[in-house]
Design a protein around this ligand. Structure first.
Ligand code: 5GP
Ligand code: ZN
Length: 140
């Protein structure tokens, strides 16, 4: 647990949260400032700042909960779809430094965009640049 971490506080019960699912290493609760009713955050119970800090077995449990909740939340909110995402790092918009997966119920015509609405205003990469970055990811 990290002192001054709101999500650790929800895990310990020191901070109130609308918990909707709990497993040995993961817990899910409603977002306090939701993009839609049913906007849920799924977190590892242990404090890890970034996704890459989470050990593989705990990450598997985390994403197991995400997999189950995606369908459950869509049903329970009568939504048409769900947006699922992680702001992994400050430059990606992460504000709470305890890694978390957002699940946001989506509705036809709700006016929200797809992930392609994340537009860093960069020029499109060239084919050579795409070949190089694919090589770099493969080799890493
Ligand atoms: P981030 O920008 O880090 O990806 O998202 C952090 C999310 O945590 C935001 O959607 C915000 O509304 C939510 N949040 C921040 N503080 C609290 C809190 O104390 N309780 C709950 N349930 N959600 C919180
Ligand atoms: Zn924490």
């Amino acid at each position: 647990m990290a002192e001054d971490c709101v999500f650790c506080g929800i895990v310990t019960g020191d901070i109130p949260g609308r918990i909707v699912k709990e497993t040995d290493h993961a817990i899910a609760f409603l977002d306090a400032n939701p993009l839609a009713a049913g906007h849920t955050l799924v977190i590892p119970k242990r404090h890890y700042a970034r996704l890459n800090d989470v050990p593989g077995d705990e990450a598997a449990e985390l994403f197991g909960a995400v997999h189950e909740l995606a369908a459950t939340i869509e049903d329970a909110t009568d939504a048409d779809a769900v947006s699922i995402g992680i702001n992994d790092g400050e430059a990606a918009g992460q504000e709470v430094p305890h890694t978390h997966v957002h699940l946001v119920p989506r509705f036809e015509g709700d006016g929200g965009g797809p992930f392609h609405a994340i537009n860093p205003q960069n020029d499109q990469p060239t084919d050579d640049e795409l070949d190089a970055v694919a090589d770099a990811i493969r080799d890493a």
